[in-house]
Structure formats: structure tokens, C-alpha cells
Design a protein around this ligand. Structure first.
Ligand SMILES: Nc1ncnc2c1ncn2[C@@H]1O[C@H](COP(=O)(O)OP(=O)(O)OP(=O)(O)O)[C@@H](O)[C@H]1O
Ligand SMILES: [Mg+2]
Length: 350
């Protein structure tokens, strides 16, 4: 009777083999598992993202809402939305974190009546461009000069480094995720250049901080365009070009064709300032992407691979600059090939 457990322990020992062999088996199994799971540690760029919020025009869905709701009317906005605290302000809007049906939302109020045209232009753009590239519109009231949009707690793209320092997002601070952000940003520019309203230029972007403030960082670490108050349309066939504002622009963040071309001696005059096209957005992409890539291990390797396309973006001749689609394709290729390299190196090490 007493022998039984001993026998079974011996049987077990025989089945498992000596300790060294067991160790080898465990290592081999771990390696195989790691190898199989490797893909999960890398972003899988080949699957096009589906827009989970898709609703018919004039409706929205956000968070865990099961069905689409119609945009909130003036009455609903007045009765159901409670402003809590101010979270942002620009030249056109004052933005309040607010509450609607126990959900956090963003209520934007016009700052001054002088800016009403820009406010209405922005609202019109928000209504027409609802897609995965643009912040979700929840409602508006032109009589009260208010717009209600989805609230994004991480705020604008200017907060990227702070967000990546939060323990929740620290694992996202890799060249892969940062390049993915740059892909998202160029994806938005590409969408605007091929929008349902035609070729739109992101004009409110005369320096890097201003540009970053027009985009929001979502909680799943993607980018959406938020401030669409200055999106003039370019029409190449009718030779209708644009000017970003009526004042003189300076500095090298803006494209060279946006600068006053008649020298210091001649004072700036909007009437004789030449207009330009969407290639001004392309000029700015290397600077925004470089900010997004930041300074983590691998960022410089990515910068090196993007050197040629970024050089082309900085061509003095607008027509020689690549399109947003060309840049998107290059970024995607670089992401795929660098991921493949890293994966094969990791596999070799195992
Ligand atoms: N939905 C939102 N969720 C979180 N923060 C937001 C949201 N909308 C706006 N903000 C914050 O408010 C800031 C100002 O918003 P916005 O750019 O729309 O204002 P604006 O007056 O149009 O700006 P500008 O001076 O560029 O014209 C943003 O940069 C961002 O920090
Ligand atoms: Mg803004």
C-alpha cells in the first residue's frame, strides 16, 4: 500500500527525464511561445483600422454607447450639458470639460463675436468631415455660439511627452508607437487634401506649438484633428489658391512661398502677396513628425530612414514636394521593414 506513491513519483521522474533535459525542454517551450507571440508585441499595420463610431450623418456614437444619437440641439445643449472646468482656450474658442448624461464631453464657446466667421467655418467643417480623422461632433447651437464634441482627457498633441510619462502610457514610448503617431498625423493631412469638400489646407499652423494645439491625442493613442476653423479650399483646375490669413508670416516653420517675397524694403501688402496651395502642409510634416518621433531608442534610426522623403518635403519648389499619400506610403514601408528587421533579430537571438 505504502509503495504506490513512491512508484508513481518514480514513474513521473522517468517520464520527465533528468533535470538538465527538463530545463532544456522548458527553455525550448518558452522560446517557441515567445516566437509565436512575437507578432503581438509589434503593431500590426497591415490591418486597416475600422471606424467603430460610424453613424449616419447628423448622428454620433462615443465611448460605450450602443446606438447612434442625433446631434444635440440648442434645447438639449442648454438643458443637459453642465460645464465643469475650463480645459483650453484659443483665439476663437474657450473649451470646458463638461458633463452630459454622466459622460465627459467638451463644450466650446465662442470667445468674441469678431471671431464668429471662423467659429462657423470650423463648425461647418466639423459637420462635413466627421470621420475617424476628426473629433466626434456631439451637437451645436449657433444661437448660443456653442459646439459640443467628444472629450479627450490627454488634451492636445502638445501634451504628448507628459502623456507618455504617465505610468499607464509609458509602454507606448517606443519608436514604433511614435512612428505610428506620425503615420496618423500624415493620414489626417492626406484626408484633408482629399476630403469630401475638396483639397483643404490646414492653415492655422504657423508654428509648431500652434500646429500641435489643433490636434487631440485620444486615450487609445491616436490623433484626431480638432480645430478646423481655418481650412480654405484649393482648386487646381480653376487655379483657386489660398492664403493663410492676411498678415505677414515669418520664420522657417511656414513654407517659403508663405513668406513676403518682395524684400524688407517694401512693406507687406496682402493684395500683392501671392497665394499658394496645399503643399504648404507638406513642408511642415518633417517638423511635426520629428516632434512625434521624440528622442527614444530607435527614433534616430527612423529619422535616418525618413531622411530622403523629409528632404523632398523641404523642396523650395512646392510642386516638387511629395504628396501626403507618398509620405504615408513611405512611413508605412519604413515601419514595416524596421519591424521585420527587429523581429528577425529577436528570432535569431532566441
Ligand atoms: N475635445 C477636447 N478634449 C480635450 N481638450 C480639448 C478639446 N477641444 C479643445 N481642447 C483643448 O482646448 C484647446 C483650444 O481648442 P481649439 O484649438 O479648438 O481653440 P481655438 O480657439 O479654435 O484655437 P486657435 O487659437 O488655434 O484658433 C486645444 O488645444 C486643447 O488643448
Ligand atoms: Mg486651436
Amino acid at each position: 500500500m505504502e509503495k504506490k506513491p513512491q512508484e508513481s513519483r518514480q514513474d513521473l521522474g522517468r517520464r520527465e527525464g533528468p533535470p538538465a533535459a527538463r530545463l532544456l525542454l522548458a527553455v525550448a517551450l518558452t522560446n517557441a511561445l515567445l516566437y509565436l507571440c512575437l507578432d503581438r508585441f509589434f503593431i500590426s499595420p497591415r490591418q486597416p483600422p475600422v471606424d467603430p463610431r460610424h453613424c449616419p450623418h447628423g448622428h454620433f456614437r462615443m465611448g460605450h454607447m450602443e446606438t447612434c444619437s442625433p446631434w444635440l440641439s440648442c434645447e438639449a445643449l442648454r438643458a443637459e450639458v453642465r460645464p465643469l472646468k475650463r480645459v483650453g482656450e484659443g483665439a476663437v474658442k474657450r473649451v470646458f470639460l463638461s458633463e452630459w448624461k454622466e459622460r465627459k464631453v467638451a463644450l466650446s464657446r465662442l470667445t468674441s463675436l469678431e471671431m464668429k466667421d471662423d467659429f462657423l467655418h470650423g463648425l461647418q467643417m466639423l459637420k462635413s468631415l466627421q470621420s475617424k480623422y476628426v473629433v466626434t461632433l456631439l451637437g451645436y447651437c449657433e444661437d448660443d455660439n456653442t459646439i459640443l464634441t467628444e472629450y479627450h482627457p490627454l488634451g492636445s498633441l502638445s501634451n504628448l511627452e507628459e502623456a507618455l510619462n504617465l505610468s499607464k502610457y509609458r509602454h507606448m514610448n517606443t519608436w514604433q508607437h511614435r512612428l505610428q503617431l506620425a503615420i496618423g498625423y500624415v493620414g489626417i493631412i492626406n484626408y484633408l487634401h482629399h476630403s469630401p469638400l475638396g483639397t483643404l489646407v490646414m492653415c492655422d499652423s504657423n508654428d509648431l506649438p500652434k500646429t500641435l494645439s489643433q490636434y487631440l491625442l485620444t486615450s487609445n493613442f491616436s490623433i484626431v484633428a480638432n480645430d478646423l476653423d481655418a481650412l480654405p479650399v484649393v482648386n487646381h483646375s480653376s487655379k483657386a489658391f489660398v492664403k493663410c490669413g492676411h498678415r505677414e508670416l515669418r520664420g522657417d516653420f511656414v513654407a517659403p512661398e508663405q513668406l513676403w517675397p518682395h524684400g524688407e524694403d517694401r512693406p507687406f501688402h496682402d493684395d500683392i502677396m501671392p497665394s499658394y496651395d496645399e503643399k504648404v502642409d507638406i513642408w511642415k510634416i518633417p517638423d511635426v513628425s520629428s516632434f512625434l518621433l521624440g528622442h527614444v531608442e530607435g527614433s534616430d534610426m527612423v529619422r535616418f530612414h525618413l531622411f530622403d522623403i523629409h528632404k523632398a518635403c523641404k523642396s523650395q519648389t512646392p510642386a516638387e514636394r511629395p504628396t501626403a499619400q507618398d509620405i504615408l506610403d513611405t512611413y508605412q514601408k519604413v515601419l514595416n521593414s524596421l519591424q521585420d528587421t527587429v523581429m528577425s533579430q529577436t528570432r535569431e537571438m532566441l
